[in-house]
Design a protein. Sequence first.
Length: 300
Amino acid sequence: MTVHLPTTPSRQVGSGRRRLAGVAIVTSLMATLTLFVTTTASAAPTFKMPVPCGQTWVANNDNSSAHVGKELDFNRGATAEADRGDTVVATAAGTVKTAKNQGTVNGYGNLVTIDHGGGYVSYYAHLETMAVVSGQTVLQGQPIGSVGNSSYRSITPHLHFEIRLGTNYPSNIRAFPGYNYTKGGSQSLKSTNCATQQDPAALCGSGYVVNDTARLGSVGAVVLTYNKAAKNNCAVTLKFGNLGSKTATSVYITPHGQAKKSDSGSFFEYAGPVRTNSPTCIKWGGAIGGSSYNSPSEHC
């Protein structure tokens, strides 16, 4: 999978409507604009719990001999096994660095890491499943996997979570806001990770997985997904900010030898999804305001 940067800017303006998901989206995503601006990269993102909105989980920093810093283990069920398969979400917006089983390199098992800019990276370990791929752009609150006990070691199901700043491990593990490290022990925390973010694969439908991502600077991304069984591509252009206002947004796919299929207009959250049957090469892309991406013929 390739992560693209925007090329020649263009502006496509149209008309259309998208349902506004709510005021909470506006508040939670304003930080995303700052996240990807290099002049403010040193500022920490607003980290939220890595579990869905409203859920109460027990966080623990000191019950594992594997902990060397300010890591947290999360459980919430009556038993650890009851947590298996529960949804894990992104603590903040960013780009997936890792989505891979670690084998015997470490005890993380299925590991997802997300780069949030400014040197901040979050870790989600022991996952049962991984719902993202390396290079994919994710938004705060977007599902990225599920709780499990994957590891070459014998462990019970739980989410092992870290926030790191820099590379000097383990002193680079940073405190999670809301957990009282001086108190230690088990603490119940309620998730306020309440952004109703859009998952591009879910927008496209069952059977689609992310295949490629083109970042549109700080304003959003064009995401290409693929349904292998149906040989269908689907693309969505996601906005990262100004979700309370309609913005000129577009997305398209042009399969080899076929007409372009597109969606463009003034939208609150996203353009698309655009689906095409694509047995051979395609061109794809999209735009938000003056930031655009147009691919070469690829994914043959």
